[in-house]
Design a protein around this ligand. Structure first.
Ligand code: MTE
Ligand code: MO
Length: 406
C-alpha cells in the first residue's frame, strides 16, 4: 500500500497565512487536498480587497479599482487591481522556491533559491507604476474582447527586491542577448501543464535598468498571493504584463522572446494608425513598450456635490511610462481653456506623480472637470479615445469627473 503524503510544514504555513489563521489539525491534511476556506467565493476576503473594488472576471480573477479608490500616494493592496491570465499557483512553499536562469544567450544555466537572491544581492526599494496595457479598454468601438477595464487597472506600490541586472551580471550572458522572457508558476485555465498562461518579457536594455527588480516585497511586506508571492519581476512604466508574477524562471534570449502572449494581437498594436475595425497583418503589429502619458483624478469621486461653496481642491496622479510628466492641467469648460495644476516630482524614476489644483467655479450648476498630463517629450493626453487597435490597448484619453455646485 502506498503511504499517504501529508502536506509539508512550509505549505501549511502558506495556507495559514492565506487564511489569516492557523489550521489547527493541519498535519492531517493530505497533499493535493483543496482547503474549503480557500475556495471562498468572496474574492474581497480572499484577496483582502476593499469591497468597492469591481470584479470583472472570476475565471481567472480580474478585479479593478475605481478612480477615487486610488487616492493614496502609494497604492495599498486593498485597492490594487488584479489581472490574472491563469490560475493562481496553489500550495506555494517558499522554502523550496527556486528561479532558473536559462536561454540561448546564457553562459551557464543557473538556479537561485529565494534565500540566495535575498542574501547575495543588494536590495533596492522603488515606487513603480504598473498599468495593464488594456486599462481603458471598455471605451473602444468597435469593442475589443477581453476584460472591460475602465480606469482602475493601474497602481503604484513600493516594491523591494534585487536588481535583475545584478543577477544577470552574476550569471554572465553572451553578447548576442537581446531579450529576457519570464516563466511563472501559475497554471493554464485548460489545466494543461504544458501550456503557460503568459510568458512575456522585455528587451535587455529594459532588463538592465536600475529599477527593474526581482521583487519579494510590496509596501514593506511579503507580496500578496494574487500579486505574485513569493517572487515577481517588476518592469515599471511598461505594460504590467511584462511584470511576471509567481516568477520561477528567466530565459536570456538571442531573439525577441516568443512566449505566450508575445505574438499576434496580444500586447501588440498596429505600428501605424488604422481605421477602427480594420484587419491588421501580423507583420504590421508592434510590441507595446513604454506606456503613454496618462492621469487620473482621484479626489473627489465623480458626482461630487458642493453645497454652499464654489471652491474645490482636486487631486490625482499622472504617469508617462519611461518618461516623466512635465506638466498637468485641468479644464472646467469642456476643454475650451486649461489651467495649471500643481505637480510634484516623482519619488523616483517610474513612480507616478501627484497633482492638485484649487478650482473656483463661477456659479451654481453642472460642471465636468477634465485633467490632462503632458510628458517630457511634450506629448499630451488626447481628449477622446486614441488609435483603435484590435485588443483595445493604450487608451490614455483624459479622465473626467462630474461636479455639481448647488
Ligand atoms: N505569472 C503571471 N504574471 C502576470 C500575469 C499573469 O497572469 N501571470 N498577468 C500580467 C498582467 S496582464 C498584468 S496587467 C499584471 C497585473 O498585475 P497585478 O495583478 O499584480 O495587478 O501582471 C502581469 N503578470
Ligand atoms: Mo495586463
Amino acid at each position: 500500500m502506498q503511504r499517504r503524503k501529508f502536506l509539508k510544514r512550509g505549505s501549511l504555513v502558506t495556507l495559514a497565512a492565506a487564511l489569516g489563521t492557523e489550521i489547527v489539525f493541519g498535519k492531517n491534511i493530505i497533499k493535493g487536498y483543496q482547503i474549503l476556506g480557500l475556495q471562498d467565493p468572496d474574492p474581497f476576503k480572499l484577496f483582502k480587497k476593499d469591497p468597492q473594488m469591481v470584479v470583472l472576471n472570476d475565471k481567472p480573477w480580474n478585479m479593478e479599482a475605481q478612480a477615487h479608490l486610488l487616492d493614496d500616494k502609494v497604492t495599498p493592496n486593498k485597492f490594487m487591481f488584479i489581472r490574472n491570465n491563469g490560475k493562481i499557483p496553489p500550495n506555494i512553499n517558499i522554502a523550496n522556491w527556486k528561479i532558473i536562469f536559462d536561454g540561448e544567450s546564457i553562459k551557464t544555466k543557473k538556479t537561485y533559491t529565494l534565500e540566495e537572491l535575498k542574501s547575495k544581492f543588494k536590495q533596492h526599494t522603488y515606487q513603480l507604476t504598473l498599468e495593464c496595457g488594456g486599462n481603458g479598454r471598455s471605451e473602444f468601438d468597435p469593442p475589443a474582447k477581453g476584460n472591460q477595464w475602465t480606469v482602475g487597472a493601474v497602481a503604484c506600490a513600493e516594491w523591494t527586491g534585487v536588481r535583475l541586472r545584478d543577477v544577470l551580471e552574476d550569471i554572465g550572458y553572451k553578447q548576442d542577448a537581446v531579450y529576457i522572457g519570464y516563466h511563472a508558476a501559475d497554471t493554464h485555465l485548460s489545466g494543461d501543464p504544458g501550456k503557460e498562461p503568459i510568458s512575456r518579457g522585455v528587451p535587455m536594455a529594459k532588463a538592465l535598468q536600475d529599477e527593474t527588480l526581482l521583487a519579494f516585497k510590496m509596501n514593506g511586506e511579503d507580496i500578496p498571493l494574487a500579486h505574485g508571492y513569493p517572487l515577481r519581476l517588476i518592469a515599471g512604466g511598461w505594460p504590467a504584463s511584462a511584470s511576471g508574477k509567481w516568477l520561477n524562471g528567466i530565459s536570456i534570449r538571442n531573439k525577441v522572446h516568443d512566449g505566450t502572449k508575445m505574438t499576434g494581437t496580444a500586447y501588440r498594436v498596429p505600428c501605424e494608425t488604422v481605421a477602427p475595425g480594420e484587419k491588421v497583418k501580423d507583420e504590421d503589429m508592434c510590441i507595446i513598450e513604454s506606456m503613454p502619458v496618462k492621469s487620473l483624478i482621484t479626489y473627489p469621486k465623480s458626482g461630487a456635490v458642493l453645497n454652499n461653496k464654489k471652491n474645490l481642491t482636486i487631486r490625482g496622479h499622472a504617469w508617462a511610462g519611461e518618461l516623466q510628466v512635465k506638466s498637468m492641467e485641468y479644464s472646467i469648460d469642456f476643454g475650451s481653456t486649461w489651467q495649471k495644476c500643481t505637480l510634484e516630482v516623482p519619488k523616483n524614476r517610474l513612480a507616478w506623480q501627484h497633482f492638485s489644483a484649487e478650482i473656483s467655479f463661477p456659479k451654481k450648476g453642472y460642471y465636468e472637470v477634465w485633467a490632462r498630463a503632458m510628458d517630457s517629450n511634450n506629448r499630451k493626453q488626447p481628449m477622446i479615445l486614441p488609435g483603435w487597435n484590435p485588443k483595445g490597448y493604450l487608451n490614455n484619453a483624459c479622465h473626467r469627473i462630474a461636479v455639481k455646485v448647488s
